[in-house]
Design a protein around this ligand. Sequence first.
Ligand code: FRU
Length: 497
Amino acid sequence: MISEKLQKARDFEDQYVPRVPPETRPVFHISGGIGWINDPNGFSIYKGEYHLFFQYHPYSTLWGPMHWGHVKTKDFIRWERLPVAMAPDTDADPDGCFSGSALELPDGRQLILYTGVLRKRQEDGTLLEYQRQCVAIGDGIDYEKYEGNPVITGADVPPGGSLLDFRDPKIWQEEDGTFRAVMGNRCADGAGAVLLYRSQDALHWEYETTLDASRNEYGRMWECPDFFALDGRQVLLVSPQEMRPIGLEFHAGYGTVCLLGSWDRKALRFTREQVQAIDYGIDFYAPQTLETPDGRRIMIAWMQNWTTASSQPLGIRCFGEMTLPRELNVRDGRLVQNPVRELENYRTDRVAFQHVPVSDGEITLPGIRGRILDLTVTIRPRGSELYRRFAVMVGKDGEHLTSIRYRPAMGTVRVDRSRCGFPHDIVHVREFFVRPRNGELKIRIILDRYSAELFFNDGEQAATFVLYTDDHADAISFSAEGSVEMDVEQYTIRVPS
Ligand code: FRU
């Protein structure tokens, strides 16, 4: 049954989405229909197609009562918009359908496990928000919420755990048919943890163990966990709130953390072995993954950050995007990520240069410009002396630019968008370590109008940024202090509508 609230959201989309000017949207990244989006949800395969849902408030460009928006694709690049999937419309989720996940049931239906939010006025007048896990089942368009919701409540939280911060279940099914799900919780020490649950029918759940916890080391509440095997290792992804900076690896605020380790399934023990940031940019949060039939682990994330999301360009109708889906691997003990290979099917108009010298100055190259492109720059020292600095400038005109600057002596990249044209005092600069390989640094830059996703050394590091620059600013230049030689290869991305 389609509730009044859900119908209202669908009608609102029908009326207003066509009025959002297409040139204000990215070309191959997911944006919402209209209004506000955050976290990717329910990233999964259903009847041979990839589905993605997202946190959605169609009625304004600010966060509000959470609905689930919905898109699907065959190749991660061309997405089809589907009607709003869920609205906060039952007694189990009256104040929001928060993040969650989805899978195809053996009987061919699609199951969603998500967080239902219920706000309750307390005796002292304060309002508390209870978070419980709920189920909805559907056919890829319409979803029926389970009458037994919520299916996991505060009663299922281990001692000391929080009933208020208990959210974002990620579900999967194992070979023997057992369903498992991880979700974020806050422990007695006030910091985040990831809880593991088990079920035989995805409706009745029992707590199994706590996989890992922050212990106030990697932020406070851990949001949006994901847990999977990859290249012989076990990966736990979390998005912590209130991180404290650690060197150039983690910055203050909302971060993303990859815990690499091993998983003893019998003993239910996850052993953490390495910790790293998932993305080193400003605009990346709440990633979620799926596994493709050909065995690739694909990750997608919200291309924003809570700290900056309330400063928005004037007059926009549609706020928020997802990152490009990325293929994950573990290489040399690190999580490695690269744009999905399907992007290559949309590359046209190759322009390439080799062994271009850049010495103590700034240059442009004929044909190297644009805001919807896939550009790779490989830099190496020219001669025996190490250069002091190399930079690529994108989104450039007489007034604006965003710079990606590399200092080989420090081993750092610094991305600076403070001159991108956005007159708000939000964080605009991020600096992080990269490692040259055989003296070379390779930077792949994916631009899609209002974003730049950077991949260093074939995905050893990724860094994601929103560009608040009018897309007429499309010049690209290269500069050096000292003497550099570079190879440049550019493709325009063209996605037929
Ligand atoms: C993460 C998050 C989730 C929550 C959702 C609400 O960005 O805070 O923990 O489910 O957003 O929109």
